[in-house]
Structure formats: C-alpha cells, structure tokens
Design a protein around this ligand. Structure first.
Ligand code: SF4
Length: 388
C-alpha cells in the first residue's frame, strides 16, 4: 500500500472506531457542493459507518441563487439590449420563462465566461455593446468579481456593469442552525476553498454560540476522510471546537487582500436564498459610490418574486431536509438532459451528484422508484465548472 493509501486507511479506521463509540445516529453536513461531488466521486458514502450520515448543505452557488434572481438575469438578457456574460453552470438553470440558454436561442446575446475579467476584456474590445456580468458564487468567486469592477473603473469603461448575486457562507450555516424546522446536526464539514478566503476564524460563532463542531477540510479523499474522522471524534468526546484540517492552505485570518478587494466593491445586504428565504447580511451589493457599475441601478431593475418549479424540492434538498431521491421528479421527469431545478443543472448540485453517482445505490437500497436510465446523460453539466 502507498503512504497515501495508508493515511486514508488510518483516517477511515479512526472514523469507524469513533462512530462505534457513539451509540446513536450522527448527522454531519458538508456545506459545500464541491465536497458533495468529491464524496460521491471517491465512493465515500459507501465507506461510511452505518450510523454516520453525510448530508448536503447550501453550498452550491448556482442552486442557492433565488429563482427571482435567475428570472432577472433572463429579463436583462432578453429586454435590455445587453451582452449578458456568466459562468457556464448558470446557462441551463430553469427560470419562470425558460433559461438563459433558451434566451440565447431566441436571439439574446448570452456569453459564457471563465472569469469575470473576461467580461471586462470583452467590454473594452467592443465599446458599442453594453456588457453585464451576472455574478454568482460565494467568497471564492466574489474577489474576482470585485477585481473586475475595479479594473473596469481603472479603464473608465462606461459599458460594463455587474448583476451581483454573491452569497456569504457562514450566515447561511447560522440560519440553518437557527431554523426551528431545521434538522439537528452534529457537525459541519467546512469548505476548504471558501475558508482560504474567509479564514478559519470565521466559523467561531458557530462553535461558540451553537456548540457545534466545525472541521475545515480539503477536497481529495485523504482530506475528507481526515476531516470526517476528526468530526466524529469530537462528537464521541462531547467536544465542539474549530479544527482546521487543511492548514496547508487555510489560515486563521484568511486572505486579507481578497477580503479587502471584496469590501472595496461590495457591502453586506440581506439576501434571498432558494429554500432558506431571506438571510440577514448574507449577500453582497455593489457600494453606492460604485453605482455606475451596478446593473440593478444602471438598468433600473426591481427584484422579482420567486416562483419555484412545480414539484421541485431543491429548496429542501439545499437545507438538507430531504434527499434528491425523495423528489418524485428525480430521474424520471428531471434529469441532467431535462433539468427541472438548479440542483440537477449545476456541476456541484446535489441532485446532479446523486444522479451521476448515487442513483444505483439508492435504487437498490430503497426499492421505491425505478430510474429511467434511457433518459440519462452521464455528465451533469456540459458547460460548467465549479464555482465554490
Ligand atoms: S430532482 Fe430535479 S425537480 Fe427534484 S429537487 Fe432535484 S432538481 Fe428539483
């Protein structure tokens, strides 16, 4: 066995030993969609102790974007004579009246970008067109969006603005814990990439005020096994501490330059999340002194109401209340080819992860539902990349 395999085996042995000592069910939440996909990809669920359950949380940025915000992007692309730039994962998210992909088919100029700065470059190269960057993501992508706005200001671009739907992770974690209808969790597996930016100390309110273990983990199997072992050991020992199991890249204070970049462009606002409602100080709005780069102001846009797709349980999936296989549409009406909700579209979506990796296991386990494999595609997002 390689040293790496030895380390994974050792972590899994510790995880099982700790779980054996806990004489009850243990519910852990992986907050981040990248962890959701990684756990399925490396078969972690099948290796878990029977009494330890890994639930998916509100960490897929595409999935948590409110339906009204999706509709606003489509409205902007269709009716305001702009070039709408966004990440690939957003293209197929269904809105009330189609998707950005359909809007493009109907003549709207919708372009996929791999970085916010691509949109700035295009705006500079095509001064006769107005560009809007529809920005989603957590603190991982927000610094790049902020840097794009600062660059547009430096270049004195009059044809670039941003429609910001960025979210902050920790307020959502706190909202989950404070929800009276929420599930009782035993610990959080905290996302490594977000933690690089916000720093480990950002999770201290969860540990101090809710006495819940938080362990920061990376995304390879060795990282996840180690972080999960440490979480269950805390549960076994009745502890609730903040533990950084990804110290090679995560510091206590985070990336100060990236945080300063965010703060120079965005201020905290109460934001709407799919499935979680309005969460105080969980969103990012362009500061007033940057208003010429704020698409909401430039195009006089008003927030739109949220209309969830009928029958779609994405809101509950995001909150960890149900599994994708509890949704009657899963695998039959809703597939990666024909997604009904964002959780089936995004490359980090829980429904996409279950469809790609977990449906065979669930089918055998429950015996409840037959998945129509003929309708299946194996790739959840032909466009996407993870947004963290
Ligand atoms: S399976 Fe489809 S319809 Fe059901 S919750 Fe997931 S995305 Fe929504």
């Amino acid at each position: 066995m390689t040293p790496r395999m030895d380390r994974i085996r050792e972590a899994m042995d510790r995880l099982h030993a700790a779980a054996k000592a806990v004489k009850r069910q243990v519910k852990l939440m992986e907050v981040c969609g990248t962890h959701t996909m990684s756990a399925f990809r490396c078969g972690l669920h099948s290796l878990m102790p029977k009494n330890v359950h890994l639930l998916s949380g509100p960490g897929c940025p595409v999935c948590v974007t409110a339906q009204g915000d999706i509709d606003l992007m489509i409205e902007l692309a269709m009716n305001h004579d702009v070039v709408l730039c966004t990440y690939g994962d957003m293209l197929r998210v269904p809105g009330q009246r189609g998707s950005l992909e359909r809007a493009r088919g109907q003549g709207a100029d919708v372009r996929i970008v791999y970085s916010a700065m691509d949109a700035v470059r295009m705006a500079k190269a095509e001064p006769d067109h107005k560009f809007v960057f529809a920005a989603v993501g957590f603190e991982t992508t927000a610094p790049a969006s902020a840097a794009a706005v600062l660059e547009a200001r430096r270049l004195e671009l009059a044809n670039f603005s941003i429609l910001a739907s960025h979210k902050r992770v920790v307020p959502a974690m706190l909202a989950l814990l404070e929800d009276p209808a929420g599930i009782a969790l035993d610990g959080f597996l905290c996302p490594g990439h977000v933690s690089v930016i916000i720093g480990a100390d950002a999770y201290l309110p969860i540990v101090r005020h809710h006495h819940l273990p938080c362990v920061i983990g990376g995304f390879e199997e060795i990282h996840m096994a180690e972080a999960l072992a440490r979480l269950v050991e805390q549960v076994r020992d009745g502890q609730a501490t903040l533990d950084n199991a990804y110290p090679e890249v995560v510091t206590g204070a985070g990336n100060r330059a990236a945080l300063a970049c965010i703060d120079s462009v965005f201020g905290a606002i109460d934001a709407r999340w799919r499935g979680l409602g309005v969460i105080p100080a969980s969103g990012m709005a362009v500061h007033g002194h940057m208003q010429r780069f704020d698409a909401m102001r430039v195009y006089d846009l008003k927030p739109l109401e949220d209309h969830e797709p009928r029958g779609c349980l994405c809101g509950q999936v995001i909150a960890g209340r149900v599994k994708p296989t509890d949704c009657k549409l899963f695998g039959n009406v809703c597939t990666p080819i024909n997604p009904i909700g964002p959780c089936m579209v995004s490359s980090e979506g829980t429904c996409a992860a279950y469809f790609k990796y977990g449906r065979h296991e669930e089918k055998v386990k429950s015996g409840k539902r037959k998945v129509n494999l003929k309708k299946c595609a194996t790739t959840p997002s032909p466009h996407g990349r993870g947004l963290g």
